[in-house]
Design a protein. Sequence first.
Length: 339
Amino acid sequence: MTTATLPTPSAAVPQARFDLRPLALLASLAALALPAVGHPGTWVTLTVAGLAMGMIIFLVASGLTLVFGLMDVLNFGHGVFIALGAYVAMTTMLALGAWVGSESLWLNAAAVLAAMLAAAAIVAVSGLVFERLLVRPVYGMPLRQILVTMGGLIIGEELIKVFWGPDQLAVPLPQALRGSFSFGDASVEKYRLLAVAVGSLVFAAMLWVLTRTKVGLLVRAGVQDREMVEALGYRIRRLFIGVFAAGSALAGLGGALWALYQQSVVPQIGTQVNVLIFTVIIIGGLGSTFGCFVGALMVGLVANYTGFLMPKLALFSTIALMVAVLLWRPNGLYPVGQH
């Protein structure tokens, strides 16, 4: 069968005007928090902490929003990939204890990089197994997907307990990432800057792949019209498998960063983050990578500002943000096909 040729990503295609209002809302949240916090130094500290948290949430949520948007799979078992990534990263860091405890910045960086790569690789393989055994038999059956993937989450957590035990375990943080930088009255933890940098790089790489490569063009086309991609002769099943593996790898990478962020891991770490993940993809717009990015930053900032100003409302703040956004835009900040 002859495969039709898709237009290259650089082809001149009429583009809808990019909507800047969600970005303006993000900036407004940060600006309005300044007078509420009162002290500029504290505001900078909270803002950087919120951005770091948002970047990590974006990493773990971006894979799920692609899987959900392209494959129409309600994978409630996504949290087990986060937990597995966290535990693989912890094990790697412990195995490289000499590098972690070294005074050398390069050895510290090598240890963190090894932990992130190991987590992403092992979780990607685990994601392929998860898709083959649990997800593939229930394609097109949303209710069964929920039940089966939640069952997979429970089984995954129990397997983690078998291998690593049920207790909370400490994750060593390299010497170079301990402590903080001081900028006047502001104090910014070194690790939070690393999280912002890694999240920014991954986001830029995802945008490049999705907008500048043929694979990305197929993914975006598949999100909007699966039947059209199949009619052009492309094997959508292989694309599905690749997206699922990539989404799992991102969850593993995010789990590694989250473990270092918390400096501890428990088998339920993925379940704890799951609520934030689904909140973010609903705020951003199902299937929208850019919406997921903006939504994650909003959630991170609101959670940190509220935790400082009104600690008792911190847990409710992200749900309140989601409700407010949906009242404004029922389909999320950047619905697929509108940006």
